[in-house]
Structures are given as C-alpha cells and as structure tokens.
Design a protein around this ligand. Structure first.
Ligand code: TMP
Length: 261
C-alpha cells in the first residue's frame, strides 16, 4: 500500500490517498480543538491513543454487524479506511445531559435521560455546526429519509453496545458524536459508520467517581488528558496495566509492540 497525496486535513485528522482508489489512510494528529476551533493546542501522544481506542471500538462494532470504514490499523498513528462520501451531519447521542444541551435548554448537568436522545448538527465550521432538525436534513437533501432511518437504527445498536462495553470496565458513556458515509460498491450504495470513536468524540465518566476521562479535560482546563485517555485504553485492555502514562512511553510502547509482530 503506497501513501499518496494529502486529500483533506481536518482539526484532528488528515486523510491521504493510496494507490487503491477505494482506500485512504487516516492519520491521527496530536492537535486538540474545542468550541469550534476557538481553543487549540497540541497534546503529545493523543493521536496514538485515539488511533488505538478507535480501532478497538470499530473492530468490536464490526463483529456485531455494524458496517464501518475501518480496514486495519497500519501503525501507531494511521489506519487504512474505506473511502466514503461523508454525510455532512454530526449525529450526537446523549444518555446523560451535560455540555451544550445543559446550556441550550437549562437542563441540570448530569440529568439521566429516560431514553437516548439523538441530535443532528450540520457539519459546517463557518456556521459553528448548528443544531438542525431531521426535517432540515430531508428538506435540503443532506441525506434521504431512508438513510436517516437506517442511521438511527445503527446509532441505537452502537449506543447499546458501547454502553455495555464501557460499563464492563467501570466507565459511564455519557454522550458521543458519530459520522456516517456513503460507500459505493458494485453499483450499489450503502451507509456505513465512519470517522473515529475515541475520548475526543465521547464523554466518558468513571462509574464511581464521575471523573472525566475524555476531551472535557482539555475543554474545561482540567489537565491530565493523556493519563485519562491512557486509563480508558488500559481499562479496554488495549494497553497493559503496567504501561507508564507519559505520552513518550505510549509512543514507544506502540512501536515496540508492532516490531514484535
Ligand atoms: P456537546 O455537548 O458539545 O454538544 O457535545 C456532545 C458530544 O459530542 C460530546 O461527546 C462531544 C462530541 N462532539 C464532537 O465529537 N465533536 C463536536 O464538534 C461536538 C460539538 C461535539
């Protein structure tokens, strides 16, 4: 597999072409942004952890029949993924109210929702990813009714699976963001899960202490983001218990593990 030219650079990832027109390489950067790019920094080792955690979650989702873009992890920062046409919607799934919804609707932080709530935001940085209704998606043809119905079914299965997976390792899945894309093959088109699922795109709280183990550590200036993401990786069984939490060691560990294979 040959790495080709850069096709797209987002806030946390870069997409490169390959010599196979159906596959691209997804590179995880160490850049962290929040509040639509108003707050930015670089956190050494974040990309390595997100690559590993996202690979773990998407592989597990594949095993329960949720089709997604992951083909395989290439190295500590890169994955080979299927090229899809991204639907320009961020699908937000909430189990507990926190973050933007508490401010927007005056809901008390930590309110447990009776059932999962799906919200839609238009993926448009210039407009600040505005909240939209399902009717807007249909009216402006960002996705069809059939696509939205299929996505909603997938979202509820993904949420059920991830709640259980995290509960098993002492973590509450508070909310998360998903993206989906259209995959064209043999003249047919289907919608599959795309992008990443990591502590950058989920809110994860320790089950007992409610300690935040996600990007809120950066958004809210809580510090210790790498130890928190490392803790998530260790609990999911991706990193060994004895792994040191420093970014440099995470980087070293990943390369040592690969060389042994
Ligand atoms: P919010 O409370 O800021 O709307 O975020 C809800 C969830 O979606 C939270 O887990 C963070 C995630 N998210 C992203 O991954 N990317 C984004 O651009 C936004 C706004 C939220």
């Amino acid at each position: 597999m040959k790495k080709g030219k850069k096709l797209y650079e987002g806030k946390a990832k870069i997409i490169y072409a390959t010599n196979d027109k159906n596959l691209v390489i997804q590179y995880f950067k160490d850049d962290a942004t929040a509040f639509n790019n108003q707050k930015k920094t670089t956190i050494e080792g974040k990309g390595v952890l997100n690559n590993r955690i996202s690979e773990h979650i998407l592989s597990n989702l594949s095993q329960i029949g949720i089709k997604n873009h992951l083909v395989k992890r290439l190295n500590m920062r890169e994955q080979i993924i299927k090229l899809v046409e991204i639907i320009p919607i961020e699908f937000i799934v909430r189990n507990v109210a926190t973050g933007s919804i508490t401010k927007r609707l005056g809901i008390e932080d930590g309110t447990v929702l009776k059932e999962p709530l799906i919200e839609y935001c238009l993926k448009d940085d210039k407009l600040g990813d505005p909240l939209i209704a399902e009717e807007h998606i249909i009216a402006f043809d960002w996705a069809s009714k059939n696509e939205i119905d299929k996505v909603k079914k997938m979202i509820l299965r993904i949420n059920d699976f991830m709640i259980g997976m995290f509960r098993g390792v002492g973590i509450k899945l508070i909310d998360f963001k998903l993206e989906f894309g259209r995959l064209k093959s043999n003249g047919k088109q289907e919608v599959i899960l795309a992008d990443e699922i990591s502590p950058d795109t989920c809110r994860l709280w320790d089950s007992i202490t409610d300690k935040k183990l996600d990007k809120d550590r950066f958004r809210k200036d809580l510090g210790d983001l790498i130890p928190a993401y490392t803790e998530v990786a260790k609990r999911l069984g991706i990193l060994h218990e004895q792994s040191n939490v420093s970014a440099v060691n995470v980087t070293k560990l990943s390369s040592v593990k690969r060389k042994k294979k």
